[in-house]
Design a binder for this molecule. Sequence first.
Ligand code: HEC
Ligand code: HEC
Length: 205
Amino acid sequence: MRGCIGASALIVALPFFAMAAEDAVVIAPPPEGSVSVAEGLAAWGRIYEVASHPRCANCHVGASERPMWSGPSYGQTRVHGMNVMAGDSRIGAETIPCRTCHVTNETGGNAMPHGAPQVAAAWRLAPVEADWFGKSSDEICAQLRDPARNDGRTFLEIADHLGHDVILHWAWSPGGGREPAPYSLQEHTNDVLAWGVAGMPCPSD
Ligand code: HEC
Ligand code: HEC
């Protein structure tokens, strides 16, 4: 099991990541050369299931300034109600800020069906470049491995981001009767690490 690499090995390999006390996940990349391209592609397939799931993709809408509502709790996919527009700011600063309804709440306030999700961070759309909604596996894969479009992140930095971004943690415990993103945060992180060690392969390579 990848997740079972000892903590001491981690501290040797990755002191920065391993020592952050608030880490929500274990960052334990498999050894260099230990993941085949086929295994990397299998990991990518699972990563795509997560990235394209409504709990993630509804905020990762690219140039559209419209967050999406979809999934079992919503019936048909549709744009966010109440004419919400994120604007260039991605936080709705130009019109109604997201935080008006998605208040920043340290303890989470997501139990009410159809309530606005609340997390301990400023609720907002993902950067324009991280455009996932309705995109193919190849399109999302190409974006995530492109430093020009992924905020200059290596796969280790993507994994680290997953551990620290409390907005996306919500997607695995969304409350309000919403369907959570598939797998778990730790499994998703392990898949990103395996995909990275395999050389970040994409299906159409
Ligand atoms: C006027 C209040 C209001 C504002 C402003 C608002 N939202 Fe929402 N939002 C809601 C409500 C209520 C829901 C839950 C709807 C439901 O579950 O039926 C929601 C749900 C969402 C969802 C769906 C989450 C999911 O996958 O289940 C996303 C994404 C979202 N909002 C993003 C945003 C963003 C980004 C902004 C700012 C640009 C924003 N919202 C501004 C009220 C608001
Ligand atoms: C409420 C909206 C929202 C939801 C829901 C959301 N994200 Fe994001 N995502 C963001 C924002 C905002 C950023 C930019 C944060 C940053 O770079 O610090 C981001 C950035 C990312 C990045 C960095 C990508 C890049 O190219 O820069 C990854 C990876 C990511 N999100 C994964 C996910 C996953 C996986 C899920 C679901 C489990 C998810 N996100 C759900 C808003 C969201």
